[in-house]
Design a protein around this ligand. Sequence first.
Ligand SMILES: [Zn+2]
Length: 178
Amino acid sequence: MKELYLPINFKKRLTNLTAAPKEVNGALIYLPLDGVDVVVASRILGGGTSDALTSADPRMLSLANKFFEQNHTYGFVEFHTHTEETVRRHGIHYAFNLSDGDIETITRNYAGSKTYRHFLVTPNVLKLHKMEGNNVVPISYMTPKTVDKDQGLEKRIKNKFDKLHAEMGIPIFDLRMN
Ligand SMILES: [Zn+2]
């Protein structure tokens, strides 16, 4: 697994989502470049409940799958948020950690995976995880300050998603990040 580069602008965008009233989940889309995976776009795929990890909209997942079928160069890292509200209601533990339910869901779906990665996004931290056998463990990543100034790539990805939304008759999630 290559190191992940999460440019600062995406880090800010994700952190901003934790001020929303409800938790969301989604995908960070990366492009393998010069030996590292660089995040170049992000999409929200579901949420609006108190347990964002398990609430990805099945229609959005099939749409995302179609995108990756059609665009082999890209990969994705999952994420879900714990909002300010989550932390206020359930305690500071959730500002820094996955919930037991999160760990259970991830383990059930991805135990043994050598490629799965997941970002927990809270008002306090952006914590990346991978599977190590049956365990969900934190791993490091880089947050470069300088990013490709060309916004063309993200625009192109957005257009492809918009096209799929139209073709498949699936509305775009309200809190989409672009
Ligand atoms: Zn969670």
